[in-house]
Design a protein around this ligand. Structure first.
Ligand code: C2E
Ligand code: CA
Ligand code: CA
Length: 760
């Protein structure tokens, strides 16, 4: 310790020494304590700033300010403490050593700030650092003491010396530990804790100093004491130093306070900004919900109308063409009815993607209007562009879609109206696109139509037809039944007839059901119409009996909509009774999809009808999605294979396999099989070979009115036991009644006819 000038009292020479009587000015001691407390408070404040500052730059600055405050504070406290020291001899201080002590204080403070800047230092870490800092502070103190120059020699009492070092370490540890709890939190309690911590730390620092001072003995050789010493203006100097350091500490604390306020303000601003952006997001998602379709993520009718109105304004001002394209998925209802709404939703999503994939993503607007209805707004240069796009969509739509374990092909009907030629307002253009769509559907679906002005006349024509149909039903005027023979292969005779409605219109001639059944269905006339057919068919059965055909059965078509009416069984019973006809002679034909709707209710109704003795036939089989398990639950007698499966026989081998499979399946379920739409001898022979039970089709006869039926039946039945049908008969056109039925519509293309048929 010699290099520090540290000598302990144990080394004191034994005789001829005077231990000086020293004291402290109590006022300056108080001032020193005040400075120590202020320095502690400032340091804790800076440490808090360092922890809370966001960018590393300001964290570094606060760390430096903190270190300076602490070092300056401790050093000033020491300096004032030394000024408070009153001795009977003159004391001078060595400037170099004094400055060196300041440097030690700065290093210890820098280390202290380094640890204080950590949010949650561990206890062990605090202890280790406190040890180093404590030594640093003690080092500063004793180096500061070494700067003291006088005629006396300084001796230290080892116990008190050690205690002072321990106090320095303890105070450092306390400072670090308290700072752990002060780094977070706010409010009055937090502030009070900080003040208390500053007072305790201040006390720690000052205790260290005065313990160190208590350890000091100034020793003079005997007779070396001269009268001098005293205050020497120490009070004034002490106060000046205290004032300066307090001013510095005060400025640092004020700066920290200002920074804290600024940071709080920034935080508030950030919070407000975050809140605003949340609000913005909420508004946007509300808007999204209002203008977008949740299922497909396409815009909805509302969103579409907004964009449409804007685009229309723009086109009206700048010139240019627009197309409105309405799309309707053909027979979509069948999917919902047979596979359930979840599958329907899945399908709609895929279709939406198909449509989106076929348009120009940034120029054209695709919307879902609800259900299976989509609408596209297209920027155009010429009309052909719209046609090309529609064809692209139709082609894309035909790609097989995997759904509920099945692969299926969908088709779509499209109607297009053009701006400016088809209308100038949104409403007009949408209405005209809808009319064009209606025409596409009317023309057998899976097609596209542009609006044309005569469509308007067509729409009013439909309206008029509805009125006239109502009238025809009420007056029982114009409606009539045609009968198509159903030939039983086993007996080689016609054993059944299918009743098919016709309407002899005063203006338009003989109308087939496809012209007016939908009108009846859409306008609540179908129950009445089917009921009329039922009563007429029963009456005709009576008539046939009177002419020796008491074995003939009649198959009667019932609309799916009619199957939802509970009173149907009663009506059938009444019609049979009033015509005096055995129920076994009536067969009810319902389409496969009609059975898929509300299965529970339909089952009850079908069982009631079966209980009457009326047989049940499932019509258009193969176009829906009935499963075997499903069919087993129904009280069925007959299964009618749809015409679309027969159309391409014998060229389509896949269809032939399907037909054979259906026949085997039906027979397993004890159902008889009718194949309709048989037009060629090859089809006939194939069906005979495949074990089909009944044949119906133009090969045998077209539907004919009742009074022309006799010769047709005789003609067919005559060929009993020989080959049932002779191609020559067809060539000769022996079946005169053929000409009475209006020319059949050209058969729908195969793909179109089986639009939603699963690909097997
Ligand atoms: P559907 O029940 O499938 O009737 C068979 C349709 O196929 C009939 O058309 C028939 O004329 C036609 N057809 C029969 N053999 C051949 C053939 O070899 N080739 C071709 N190309 N077609 C053939 P129609 O009479 O025009 O009836 C169309 C649809 O109207 C019927 O289909 C049925 O769903 C409905 N319908 C007919 N009469 C009634 C009725 O009284 N009430 C109800 N609700 N619907 C009826
Ligand atoms: Ca039928
Ligand atoms: Ca059919």
């Amino acid at each position: 310790m010699e290099w520090l000038g540290l000598q302990f009292v144990t080394e004191l020479p034994e005789s001829g020494q005077v231990i000086l009587d020293c004291s402290h000015n109590p006022f300056l001691v108080m001032v020193a304590y005040l400075v120590a407390c202020a320095a502690s408070f400032a340091t804790l404040d800076m440490a808090e700033r360092v922890v809370n500052a966001e960018d590393p730059g300001s964290r570094r600055i606060w760390r430096w300010i903190g270190a300076t405050c602490l070092a300056g504070g401790i050093w000033a406290m020491h300096f004032i403490g030394m000024l408070a020291f009153q001795t009977p001899i003159d004391i001078q201080y060595d400037l170099g050593i004094t400055l060196f002590s300041l440097l030690i204080a700065l290093l210890a403070s820098w280390l202290a700030m380094q640890t204080l800047s950590e949010a949650q230092p561990s206890a062990l870490h605090c202890l280790k650092t406190a040890f180093v800092i404590g030594l640093g502070i003690a080092g500063m103190h004793y180096v500061g003491m070494a700067a003291m120059k006088s005629s006396a020699t300084a001796y230290y009492q080892p116990g008190l010396f050690a205690l002072s070092v321990a106090i320095a370490i303890g105070a450092s540890f306390a400072a670090l530990w308290v700072a752990r709890y002060l780094s977070e939190g706010s409010g009055v309690a937090h502030q009070l804790l900080k003040y208390s911590a500053a007072l305790i730390l201040g006390a720690g620092i000052i205790s260290m100093h005065f313990t160190g001072m208590a350890a000091l003995d100034l020793v003079l050789p005997e007779g070396g004491l001269t009268a001098s010493g005293g205050d020497n203006g120490h009070l004034q100097l002490g106060l000046t130093v205290a004032l300066i350091i307090l001013l510095i500490l005060g400025s640092a604390i004020s700066a920290a306070l200002a920074d804290k306020k600024l940071q709080n303000k920034e935080e508030d601003l950030r919070r407000v900004n975050a809140l605003l952006s949340q609000l913005d997001q909420a508004r946007m998602s509300l808007q999204q919900a209002a203008n977008y379709d949740a299922l497909t993520n396409l815009i909805n009718r509302r969103g579409f109308n907004q964009i449409f109105a804007e685009k229309l304004c723009q086109k009206a001002a700048e010139g240019g063409m627009l197309a409105v394209m309405f799309l309707d998925i053909d027979h979509f209802k069948r999917i919902n009815d047979s596979l359930g709404h979840d599958a329907g939703d899945e399908l709609l999503k895929v279709i939406a993607q198909h449509i989106k994939g076929s348009v120009r993503s940034h120029e054209d607007v695709v919307a879902r209007f609800g259900g299976d209805e989509f609408c596209i707004l297209i920027n155009l240069r010429d009309r052909e562009e719209a046609r090309n796009m529609a064809q692209r969509i139709m082609l894309k739509m035909k790609e097989p879609i995997e759904l509920a374990g099945r692969r299926m092909v969908m088709t779509t009907s499209i109607g297009i109206s053009l701006f400016p030629e088809d209308g100038s307002t949104c409403e007009e253009l949408l209405k005209h696109a809808d009319l064009a769509l209606y025409q596409s559907k009317g023309a057998g679906r899976n097609g596209l139509h542009f609006f044309s002005s005569n469509l308007k006349t067509r729409a009013s024509f439909e309206l008029q037809l509805e009125e006239e149909l109502r009238h025809a039903l009420r007056e029982e005027n114009g409606l009539t039944l045609y009968y198509q023979p159903i030939f039983e292969l086993k007996t080689g005779r016609v054993t059944k007839l299918e009743a098919l409605i016709r309407w002899q219109h005063p203006l338009h001639g003989l109308l087939t059901p496809d012209r007016f059944i939908t009108i009846a269905e859409n306008n609540g006339l179908i129950a009445e119409l089917d009921n009329w057919v039922l009563r007429r068919a029963c009456k005709d059965l009576g008539e046939l009996s009177r002419h020796g055909c008491e074995e003939l059965k009649i198959a009667w078509n019932c609309s799916p909509l009619n199957l939802t009416r509970d009173e149907l069984a009663n009506e059938i019973e009444q019609a049979l009774r009033s015509a005096g006809v055995a129920p076994e002679r009536l067969e009810l034909e319902v389409t496969e999809n009609a059975l898929m709707g509300n299965i529970a209710n339909t089952l009850v109704l079908l069982r009631q009808i079966r209980a009457l003795g009326v047989s049940l036939s499932i019509d258009d089989f193969g176009t829906g999605y009935s499963s075997l398990a499903y069919l087993k639950r129904l009280p069925l007698n007959t299964l009618k294979i749809d015409r679309s499966f027969i159309l391409d026989i014998p060229t389509a081998t896949a269809d032939m396999e399907i037909v054979q499979a259906i026949i085997v399946m039906a027979h397993t379920l004890h159902l008889q099989v009718v194949t309709e739409g048989v037009e060629s001898l090859e089809q006939y022979e194939f069906l005979e070979r495949s074990g089909c039970d009944f044949i119906q089709g133009y090969l045998l006869s077209r539907p004919v009115p009742l009074d022309e039926l006799r010769p047709v039946l005789e003609e067919i039945n005559q060929r009993k036991h020989s080959h049932a049908v002779n191609p020559l008969i067809l060539a000769r056109g022996t079946f005169a009644p053929v000409s009475l039925d209006p020319a059949p519509k050209s058969p729908a293309p195969h793909a179109g006819a089986s639009v939603v048929r699963p690909i097997r």
